[in-house]
Design a protein around this ligand. Structure first.
Ligand code: ADP
Length: 804
C-alpha cells in the first residue's frame, strides 16, 4: 500500500493539472485565447505571406493616400496662390496706363530726384500727378488684396524707389537687393524667398516684375511685399484630413521652416519661422526635391506618417512641403478597436471559462466520483462501489470497475483465507520443527564458513546449535558466535576441509569420522549448505555402534576362523574316520565270509545234535542279524562321512563369480532329471529367468538339490507339477521352485536347513544334507533362501542371488 501511495503522489506531479476538469478549462481557454489573439493579430497586422496587410496596413495605406491628397491640394493651392500673385504683378506691370505713368514719372524723377534728393525735392516729386496716380493705384491694389503689405516702384536704371505705398521708402536705393538685380537678370519676374520683415517682424516675400516701355525696354521694376503668414497659415493649417495633431509645414531648400509650426519643439520651445532648421527625414527629403510618403519621426521626435512635396516657387530655390499626421492619433481608432475587441474577447473568454466549467464539471462528475471510489479502493476500502449514473462510456467504466473491485474483494477474501490457513500450517510446522529441533536426539548446528583471501576454508563460526549438540559434544551454548578453532584449537583439519567442500560445491555429504578433540567420539554426520557460505551439520554419536561393529567384525573373524577350523576338523575327522570304517566294512565282510564257512561246517554231520540245536539260533539269527546291523551302520556312517567331507570341501573351494545364464543352467538340469520326471509323470514348467552373479558349479548344485527335493517330496496321490520362475527385484534376482508335493509344516520349516535334519527319514532317500549345502553355498554368494509351504498343498523355495 505504501508503495502504491508513493507511486500515486510522485508519478503525477503538478498541482494545476491534477484534474481533467482543470485541464479541460485550461485547454479550452488557451484555445480560445490563442484563436482570439491570432484573429486579432491577423486582423490588425495582416496575414504573413499573403497580400492581406491587416487593418493597420490598410489604415496606413489610407492615411498615406489621404496625406498625399492633402499635400497635393495644398501644393496646388500654393502654386495657384503664387500664380495669382504673378497675375497681379503682371496685371499692374503690363498696363499701358501704368507704363505711360511710369514713363512720365521717370522723366520727372530725373528732374527732382538726384542722387541726394532733399525733402523739398521729394515733396515736389510727390506732388506730381503721375506719382499720385500710381500711388493711389497701388493703395487700391493693397486695399483689395490684404496679402500685399507694400507695393513700390524703382527706377530700373538707378534702383531708386520712385513710388511706394510706404512713403518712407521713396528715394531709397535698392539696386543691390536680390529682388531688384534678380528680376533684371531673368527679365520679367522674380520671387524672393520668405524673409522677416524688419519693420513688423513678420515673414514676407518680394515679388518683382519689370515694367517695360513700348520698345520693350525695362523702365522700372515693380516690387510687391507679400505678407506670407496671412496666406501660408490658412493654406497650410486649414482643410480636412489632418486631424487634431496633424499639420502641413513649409521649408526652404535648406530645411529652414518658412511658416510657424503647430507644435512646440521637443525641448518645449516654439520655433520661429526662418530661424529653425528641421532635420526630420520628411522635411529633409522634401527640401532636397523628393516627393513621396514616409513613416518617420518628425521635428518633435514623434512618429508620424507624412507626405512630402517639392515645388519651385522662389527664384532663389525650391520649397519643400510636409503634410503629416501623428501615428498615435492616426491609429488611435485602431487601438480603441483593439481595446474594445480585447474587452469583448475577455468577456468571451469569461463566458467560455464559465461554459467550460459547467461542461467540464458535468462531464467529469461521474469520473471524479469514480476516481474518489478508486482512491478509497486503493486505500483498502474494498466495500466502496462507484455509482452508475450515466449510460455512457463512464457508466460502463463504473460497472466494469465495480465488477473488478468485486473480483478483487473475492480474491482478497480467498487469499486471506489461504494466508490464514498457510499461517496456521506454518505455525504448526514451525512448532513441530522447533520441537523437533529442541528435542531431536541428533545434534544440529548452523555454521558460517570462514575462508582466507584465496578463498580456501580456514575456519567456521557457530551460528546456532540445538540442545542435542550440547549433549553430544559436551560443548555449551556459549559456543554460538565463536569459531570452531577458538572453541576447539586442536580440531582435526579434515573437519574444516570437508565442510568447506560442502559449501564450495553445494553438494550435501554423509560421512562418519572420529573426533579426538570432541570427547574421542565417532560421529555420523550429514552436512549440507542451506545458504551461501553457510552449512548445517546434523550428527549423531555412533561411538557405541562403532564399538559394536568392531566387536562384531572381530567375532565374525573369530567365527570364520573357528568355522574354518571346524571344517578342517570335520574334514580331517571324516576323512580319518573313513579309514577305520573301511577296515570295519572290510573285516565285517571277512567276518561274514568266515561265519558263512563256520555255518557250513556246523551244517555238517560232525557236530552233535544238541550242540547244533544250541548253535542253531546263534548261527541263523543273532550273527546274521548283527552282521547286517554292522553293514547297515557302516554304510550309513560312510554315507554321513562322505556328506561331511563334501560339506567341508564346499568352504574351501574357491568361487569363480560370473554372470550366469540361469535359463541354460535350468535347461541342463532338466535334461539330467528327464528320466525321473518321465517316470514320475511330472509336469515341469520353466519360465524365462533373469541372470545372476555366481559360481556356475555351485549355483547349479543349489538348483539341482532344490529340483531333487521337489521331485522327491511330491504327493503320490496326485499328478506332480513343478514350476521354476524368477524375477529381478532391486539389485537381486529372485528365483522360485514351486511344487505341489507334501509340503512342510510351519514348525519344521526353520529346521530343514540343519545338517542331517530329515523330516520323514523312512519315507525317502537322503541324508538331510541337501538344503544344508544349498544354504552354505548361498551364504558364500551373499544370497539367501526361504520357504513358503503348507502341508498337503506344496512348497515354494525362494532363492535370492545378487543381480549385479
Ligand atoms: P534329504 O536328503 O532328506 O532330502 P534335505 O536337506 O534335502 O535332506 O531336506 C531336509 C528335509 O526337508 C527333508 O528330509 C524333507 O523332509 C524336507 N524337504 C526338503 N525339500 C522338501 C520338499 N520339496 N517338500 C517337502 N519336504 C521337503
Amino acid at each position: 500500500m505504501a508503495h502504491n501511495n508513493d507511486l500515486g503522489s510522485s508519478a503525477f506531479p503538478g498541482g494545476l493539472f491534477k484534474s481533467i476538469r482543470t485541464k479541460l478549462i485550461v485547454y479550452f481557454c488557451l484555445l480560445f485565447t490563442i484563436v482570439m489573439v491570432l484573429v486579432g493579430i491577423f486582423n490588425t497586422f495582416g496575414i504573413p505571406f499573403s497580400t492581406y496587410s491587416g487593418r493597420q496596413g490598410e489604415q496606413r495605406e489610407e492615411a498615406f493616400q489621404s496625406l498625399s491628397l492633402v499635400a497635393d491640394l495644398k501644393k496646388e493651392r500654393l502654386l495657384r496662390w503664387i500664380e495669382e500673385r504673378h497675375d497681379d504683378a503682371h496685371m499692374i506691370s503690363d498696363n499701358d496706363l501704368i507704363r505711360t505713368s511710369v514713363s512720365q514719372l521717370l522723366q520727372t524723377a530725373n528732374k527732382h530726384l538726384t542722387s541726394q534728393p532733399s525733402s523739398s525735392d521729394l515733396a515736389a516729386f510727390e506732388q506730381e500727378d503721375n506719382y499720385q496716380g500710381l500711388l493711389d493705384f497701388f493703395r487700391a491694389v493693397i486695399a483689395s488684396h490684404e496679402v500685399y503689405h507694400a507695393i513700390y516702384l524703382a527706377d530700373a536704371q538707378s534702383g531708386t524707389i520712385l513710388v511706394s505705398t510706404d512713403q518712407a521708402d521713396v528715394g531709397q536705393n535698392i539696386r543691390h537687393q536680390p529682388f531688384f538685380t534678380g528680376v533684371l537678370e531673368n527679365g520679367h519676374v522674380f520671387i524672393s524667398d520668405i524673409k522677416i520683415n524688419p519693420r513688423n517682424q513678420r515673414p514676407y516675400l518680394n515679388l518683382s516684375h519689370t515694367i517695360r516701355n513700348k520698345q520693350d525696354e525695362v523702365m522700372a521694376v515693380l516690387i510687391i511685399d507679400i505678407n506670407t503668414d496671412d496666406i501660408l497659415l490658412p493654406i497650410l493649417h486649414t482643410g480636412e484630413g489632418l486631424g487634431q495633431e496633424g499639420e502641413a509645414l513649409l521649408v526652404n531648400r535648406d530645411g529652414i521652416i518658412l511658416s510657424s509650426l503647430k507644435h512646440p519643439l521637443a525641448d518645449g520651445t516654439q520655433a520661429r519661422p526662418l530661424e529653425y532648421q528641421i532635420m526630420a527625414e520628411p522635411a529633409v527629403r522634401a527640401a532636397s526635391g523628393q516627393e513621396g510618403v514616409i513613416e518617420a519621426l518628425d521635428y518633435r521626435g514623434e512618429p508620424v506618417l507624412a507626405a512630402y512635396r517639392h515645388f519651385e516657387i522662389s527664384s532663389e530655390g525650391g520649397w519643400g512641403m510636409v503634410v503629416k499626421r501623428d501615428r498615435a492619433e492616426l491609429f488611435a481608432p485602431l487601438r480603441r478597436d483593439i481595446l474594445y475587441t480585447s474587452v469583448i474577447a475577455a468577456v468571451g473568454l469569461l463566458t467560455v471559462i464559465g461554459f467550460t466549467i459547467v461542461v467540464a464539471s458535468n462531464l467529469t462528475r461521474p469520473l471524479r466520483s469514480l476516481s474518489g471510489v478508486a482512491s478509497k479502493v486503493a486505500e483498502g476500502d474494498l466495500e466502496a462501489r462507484a455509482p452508475v449514473t450515466t449510460p455512457d462510456e463512464v457508466g460502463h467504466l463504473a460497472v466494469t470497475f465495480n465488477h473488478m473491485v468485486q473480483r478483487i474483494q473475492n480474491w482478497q477474501a480467498e487469499l486471506e483465507a489461504q494466508v490464514k490457513a498457510r499461517t496456521t500450517e506454518l505455525y504448526d510446522s514451525e512448532e513441530r520443527f522447533r520441537f523437533l529441533f529442541e528435542s531431536m536426539l541428533d545434534g544440529y548446528a548452523l555454521h558460517e564458513l570462514i575462508c582466507d583471501q584465496s578463498g580456501a576454508p580456514i575456519d567456521y563460526r557457530f551460528l546456532d546449535i540445538n540442545p542435542a549438540f550440547e549433549r553430544l559434544t559436551g560443548l555449551s551454548r556459549d559456543l554460538v558466535g565463536k569459531t570452531v578453532l577458538e572453541a576447539l584449537p586442536g580440531l582435526e583439519r579434515h573437519w574444516i576441509d570437508t565442510y568447506g567442500q560442502v559449501v564450495l560445491t553445494g553438494q550435501p555429504i554423509k560421512f562418519e569420522n572420529y573426533a579426538e578433540s570432541v570427547g574421542r567420539k565417532w560421529f555420523e554426520v550429514v552436512a549440507f549448505s542451506p545458504a551461501a557460505n553457510q552449512f548445517v551439520t546434523v550428527f549423531r554419536d555412533v561411538t557405541e555402534r562403532k564399538r559394536v561393529e568392531k566387536e562384531r567384525e572381530r567375532l565374525n573373524r573369530e567365527l570364520m576362523d573357528k568355522n574354518r577350523e571346524l571344517e578342517q576338523i570335520v574334514y580331517v575327522t571324516s576323512h580319518d574316520l573313513r579309514s577305520p570304517l573301511v577296515n570295519i566294512q572290510g573285516f565285517s565282510r571277512e567276518l561274514n565270509h568266515a561265519f558263512k564257512r563256520v555255518a557250513a561246517i556246523i551244517e555238517g554231520d560232525n557236530l552233535p545234535a544238541d550242540i547244533r540245536a544250541q548253535l542253531q539260533p546263534i548261527l541263523e539269527e543273532d550273527i546274521p542279524e548283527s552282521l547286517q546291523y554292522i553293514f547297515t551302520s557302516t554304510a550309513r556312517m560312510d554315507s554321513l562321512l562322505l556328506g561331511l567331507l563334501r560339506l567341508s570341501r564346499l568352504g574351501r573351494v574357491a568361487l569363480e563369480i560370473e554372470k550366469l545364464d540361469m535359463n541354460k543352467i535350468i535347461a541342463d538340469l532338466t535334461d539330467t532329471f528327464e528320466f525321473r520326471l518321465q517316470q514320475a509323470n511330472v509336469a515341469l514348467d520353466v519360465a524365462n529367468l533373469p541372470p545372476c552373479l555366481g559360481d556356475e558349479g555351485q549355483i547349479s548344485q543349489v538348483f539341482a538339490n532344490l529340483l531333487d527335493n521337489a521331485l522327491k517330496y511330491l504327493d503320490p496321490s496326485r499328478p506332480g507339477i513343478i514350476k521354476v520362475s524368477g524375477c529381478k527385484q532391486g539389485d537381486q534376482a529372485i528365483y522360485c521352485i514351486e511344487d505341489n508335493g507334501i509340503g512342510i509344516a510351519a514348525e519344521h520349516q526353520p529346521k530343514i536347513y540343519e545338517i542331517f535334519h530329515r523330516l520323514n527319514p523312512g519315507q525317502s532317500d537322503g541324508e538331510g544334507l541337501g538344503l544344508t549345502i544349498v544354504h552354505r553355498i548361498l551364504d558364500r554368494h551373499h544370497g539367501s533362501i526361504w520357504v513358503e509351504s503348507e502341508p498337503g498343498q506344496g512348497s515354494k523355495f525362494f532363492v535370492a542371488l545378487p543381480f549385479s
